[in-house]
Design a protein around this ligand. Structure first.
Ligand code: IMP
Length: 445
């Protein structure tokens, strides 16, 4: 049985949620390994809309187990709210939603710090989701964070005092109001309350996940955000604070690399990013506006308009390299249906030189000009096409080019938000990664 990592190959919002949902019939469990409620899926399921930020959307499949790994930062209030939402809709989670007791707690004070830090950055603000993700990971790395298992520790009050006093010092230094004034203080009682409600879901997920793998079950590890937002490999400092690349799946779950069988990359047919930071292929003209409207590119967590641009294969090749992508799911191809011409950024021009590889330096990325290769538009609707033979030849050329650039097959092409709007290729890579259950995926599409 294949254990597979699925990651975004750009700056997030590639449409991973839909691809995970589609592939669920070939897996026994979905596992999140990093991030927190900065991620967001709005999932339509049996005519109901669910807004899930922490709990994997696989939970909407009755047979599916969902895991939240030790690499996550979990805001208990947000988690409990999602549980209530699921319960109100009759989704049973008992016995199939497992949360790592080693995951770190994201407290309201982390969100207060996130906002104050952003405010202080002025024009250099990262444009975070203001959920407290960076400060929660900072507490973890500084080794005074609290894990979920610590919510019942006998010396909890001391830990909370420590966390609180550090936050107060920083807030005062940034000229922000105190935690009490911000309503961001957390007491022992609140923690005990959270612990009680979380308890039915807590376990040593590393033990359970490894036992599942040993028992021959197939797991899908779902990366949140995207490769270019990875703390180490992304466009630092305009990144999130976790390891969103495939490597994070091991540290964030306790499942060893030797148990992972492959990786699927989700690539949007053009590029978007939310918040600040370099974006060489960005379009600031009417074509960017068109992509935004047509692609409905507005953040699911914050509602912010996403910045839009052409596909950038410098970015995609880098993602291929870092994640070892076996196959690509190309999403939102239909958004390009009306263009006469579709440029792709294939390199960057910098100081008279052409760069094929992503430079680490923020200033280089900010001044790099895109080297564009222009493709003919297909000017025909691709929405809902299920057979390769039905794709317009120009769309086929576009996909062929992506395959050549990435040296990986595109085996899934999404042309609309619904599950049934996905072309699935009968390809050995997809058979292998779905443990021979591609038929089930096609059937439930
Ligand atoms: P943070 O994760 O809230 O600290 O935000 C850091 C950067 O990552 C900002 O540019 C956010 O817009 C971006 N970001 C965080 N989560 C997501 C996501 O799920 N999709 C797209 N961008 C995200």
């Amino acid at each position: 049985m294949a254990n597979v990592i699925i990651v975004g190959m750009q700056w997030g919002d590639e449409g991973k949620g839909k691809i995970v949902d589609l592939l669920c019939p070939a897996f026994d469990g979905v596992v999140r390994y990093q991030g927190g409620h900065n991620a967001g899926h709005t999932v339509k399921f049996r005519d109901r809309h669910f807004s899930l930020r922490l709990i994997p959307s696989g939970i909407l499949h009755a047979e599916m187990a969902c895991f939240m790994g030790n690499g996550m930062v979990i805001a208990p209030d947000a988690f409990l709210e999602e549980l209530d939402q699921l319960a109100a809709s009759g989704v049973q989670v008992a016995g199939r939603l497992f949360v790592s007791n080693r995951a770190h707690v994201l407290f309201p004070l982390h969100a207060a710090l996130d906002r104050a830090r952003e405010e202080a950055r002025g024009s250099h603000r990262i444009g975070t989701t203001s959920r407290g993700i960076g400060p929660a990971y900072a507490s973890k790395a500084s080794r005074y964070g609290l894990r979920i298992c610590d919510l019942t520790a006998p010396d909890l009050a001391d830990h909370l005092d420590n966390l609180r006093s550090r936050a107060e010092v920083e807030l005062a230094g940034l000229g922000a109001p105190s935690l009490a004034a911000l309503g961001a203080d957390t007491g022992v009682e609140q923690c005990r309350d959270w612990a009680e409600r979380l308890a039915p879901h807590l376990c040593d997920t590393e033990q359970l996940l490894n036992a599942w793998i040993a028992g021959g079950r197939a797991l899908l590890f779902e990366g949140a955000q995207g490769t270019l937002l990875d703390l180490d490999h992304g466009t630092y400092p305009y990144v999130t604070s976790s390891s969103s690349t495939a490597g994070g799946a091991c540290t964030g779950t306790g499942v060893p690399p030797t148990s992972i069988d492959g990786a699927i990359g989700v690539l949007k047919a053009y590029t978007t990013r939310v918040g600040g930071g370099p974006f060489p292929a960005e379009l600031t003209d009417a074509r960017g506006d068109f992509l935004r409207q047509r692609g409905n590119e507005f953040g699911t967590v914050t509602g912010r308009p996403r910045r839009c641009g052409w596909l950038d294969t410098v970015v995609a090749r880098y993602a291929q390299l870092l994640n070892g992508i076996d196959t690509v799911a190309l999403t939102k191809l239909d958004v390009l249906d009306d263009f006469d011409e579709i440029p792709v950024c294939v390199a960057y021009r910098l100081d008279g030189k052409q760069l094929r590889d992503l430079p680490p330096d923020r200033h280089c990325l900010e001044t790099a000009e895109p080297v564009l290769r222009t493709f003919k538009g297909w000017k025909r609707s691709t929405a809902g096409i299920l057979e390769e033979a039905d794709l317009p030849p120009a769309a086929r050329d576009y996909i062929d080019f992506i395959e050549q650039e990435l040296n990986a097959p595109v085996t899934m092409v999404s042309t609309g938000p619904r599950r049934e709007e996905t072309l699935l290729r009968d390809h050995p890579a997809l058979h292998r990664l779905t443990s021979g259950h591609l038929g089930r995926v096609v059937e439930q599409r």
